[in-house]
Design a protein around this ligand. Sequence first.
Ligand code: BV8
Ligand code: ZN
Length: 296
Amino acid sequence: AVKQAALANIAAADIKSFTEHLQKSKRIVALLGAGLSASSGLPTFRGAGGLWRSFDASSLATPEAFESNPGLVWQFYSYRRHMALGVEPNKAHYALAELSRRKENFITLSQNVDGLSPRAQHPPGQLHLLHGSLFNIKCNEFYCNYTRENDFTDPIVPALEIPKKGLNLPASRANEVDITDVANPVPELGVADLPQCPKCGGLLRPGVVWFGEPLPGDTIKAVDDWFDEGQIDLMLVIGTSSKVYPAAEYTDTARQAGARVAVINMDPNDKPRQGLKQRDWFFQGDAAVIVPELLK
Ligand code: BV8
Ligand code: ZN
């Protein structure tokens, strides 16, 4: 019933024309955003209940924030690691992984740092994490290159244990901890309490791309090399507000290479910058329900 309801507002003809085009498509690229993981239970950044609703993004996901208050920033990321480890990939994550196995010339660009696409066995050679991962950790000292991937320890250090405070949250959000709850601010964490680099003794930081930081050079090169290989048949834009650059730019680039664009989004207003052309598709609804239908 849920599936029928979610698909109800999508014309069968649109699904048919899409699946016919998908069948014929060789070179396909997908851009994923937080909306893909919403149904898994992870809040998006800008939607209702968005992660950043209670936190001001510019106050936490930046190098300056980490410089001035590494304890608070680490609590923010430790909380998101804890949340991400507590949920499962949904059917859309698996459907995208499955399509990658069927179509070797299909690459996925994910803006998500939640680790759910890798956990859905998405073939790693066809998945590019543009903004890093909550589960990559690296040294904050510019002269030190210490980095580690797939670190799932939770919490990374005892001081980052999520404090179960008596927040007056509704039962449905009982497991959420709003660490910026000013009513009882979490005690300042000293640098000594935070993860230290085993190589140089400096401070470790989350292996994500903060605002104002460049995207990983090797990732960008691999993606640009793929784009340079020629004509693109199809671009999937799934669960993203297409507001963050340069990630959002890939949709324009794919269009220039001939791609038809299919947007899957809960909000009919969230379209890529250049809007939609006659030959494009917009499928409104929950990505976790629609994507498996479209890719089967
Ligand atoms: C850089 C990791 C330069 C950290 C992230 C003004 C104009 C243009 C650009 C800028 C500008 N001012 C500043 C900039 C640059 C800035 C930027 O783009 N800012 C934006 C806000 C305007 N970009 C940067 O800083 C980038 N770096 O430019 O560096 C440079 C170059 C060389 C040398 C030095 C410097 C770095 C950007 C990366 C930032 N890091 N994440 C962390 O996660 O904590 S971005 C973060 O936000 C996420 O990774 C993600 O990418 C983004 C959130 O976007 P979405 O995924 O789209 O999520 P959102 O909530 O917005 O939308 C959810 C969507 O899903 C909605 O559309 C909703 O309708 C839909 N939805 C909800 N539920 C569902 C659903 N859809 C389907 N089904 C559902 N169930
Ligand atoms: Zn170091």
